[in-house]
Design a protein around this ligand. Structure first.
Ligand code: HSE
Length: 321
């Protein structure tokens, strides 16, 4: 049986989840794709953490080139987070003939064209399903199953951390800072949760969604963005009195050549399906001129749900090798 060799940059929440899925579903994966998928190297500073996950000492490196330029590696998973050095690492991996998979929305949104062009120029695949909506396979659906549609709207709840915070504040009256801490401990939040609570993470995801659905790239920094850090219990109570819940909503609408977009907290009527999206769950709505309205729903953050999308991308590439 052919073996497809994978290198993982960063064995944090998401990289660790990816490793775990490839390990726990090994036999099933081999049966499905007729190939064995093996993690041969990980870039990780914390050797003890790597060892506790079952990796041997020589599978762990501190030198990115041991993965990026390693002729034995077919696919690189970049799960370090942040724009740099992640983007440079992904470009180097592609230039060395490797397929690249990433959940890194900040890097994908910032370097959208450059990353796609480099993949094309080097005849390798670049996949980033996990970058929007965690385990929800919306990006692949938009690019494949829904590719025959002209889209007029994309909207949704795209951040697990903020949705978790708003849910616990609304349903249990818990304190903002306590719930944020809880979300960090559960592995939902970014290393610096400012990106979550100020809506920057959602702007990155909306930029990616617009690029795919509308074939129109808007830099995330140009998306008007308001986060949830100023939402108080009074705001939540005021919404409750109107039979609404406050949700952090990303929305982009196209009308001819005109596209409007924003990320902001909104009062959502309890009868609307988005009001029922709780905790770390995300929902993505798209409207296409053939399919009409479509909603994707699932876990938008966390090790295994996000790892699920990464492993899906790894296997999609592995099948083509
Ligand atoms: N911090 C992100 C979230 C992780 O809470 O949604 C998934 O992109």
């Amino acid at each position: 049986m052919k073996t497809v060799n994978v290198g993982i940059l960063g064995l944090g929440t998401v990289g660790g989840g990816t490793y775990k899925i490839l390990d726990m579903n090994r036999e099933l994966i081999e049966k499905r794709i007729g190939k064995s998928v093996k993690v041969v190297k990980v870039l990780e500073r914390n050797l003890e953490r790597a060892k506790s996950m079952g990796l041997t000492e020589d599978q762990v490196t501190q030198n990115p080139d041991d993965i990026l330029k390693n002729p034995e590696i077919d696919i690189v998973v970049e799960s370090l987070g942040g724009i740099e050095p992640s983007t440079s690492f992904m470009l180097t991996a592609m230039e060395h003939g490797k397929g690249v998979v990433t959940p890194n929305k900040a890097a994908v949104a910032a370097g959208f064209a450059k990353l796609q062009e480099t993949a094309k120029a080097n005849h390798v695949e670049f996949r980033f399903e996990a970058s929007v909506g965690g385990g929800i396979p919306a990006l692949t659906a938009i690019q494949e199953a829904l590719a025959g549609n002209d889209f007029s709207e994309v909207m949704g709840i795209l951040n697990g951390t903020t949705n978790y915070i708003l849910t616990k504040m609304t349903d249990l009256g818990l304190d903002y800072n306590d719930v944020l801490k809880d979300a960090q401990e559960k592995g939902f939040a970014e290393a610096d949760p400012t990106a979550d609570v100020e809506g920057i993470d959602v702007a990155n995801k909306l930029s990616i969604l617009m690029a795919l659905a509308f074939d129109h790239y808007v830099p995330p920094t140009e998306i008007p963005t308001v986060g949830i850090s100023k939402i108080t219990m009074d705001d939540i109570e005021a919404a409750r009195e109107k039979n609404c819940k406050i949700k952090l909503i990303a929305r982009a609408k196209r009308d001819g050549d005109q596209i409007t977009y924003s990320v902001k907290p909104m009062e959502i009527d309890n009868a609307h399906p988005l009001a029922g999206v709780s905790n770390e769950f995300n929902a993505i709505y798209v409207t296409g001129n053939a399919v009409d309205e479509l909603m994707f729903y699932g876990k938008g953050a966390g090790a295994l749900p996000t790892g699920s999308a990464i492993v899906g991308d790894i296997l999609a590439i592995a099948k083509t090798l």
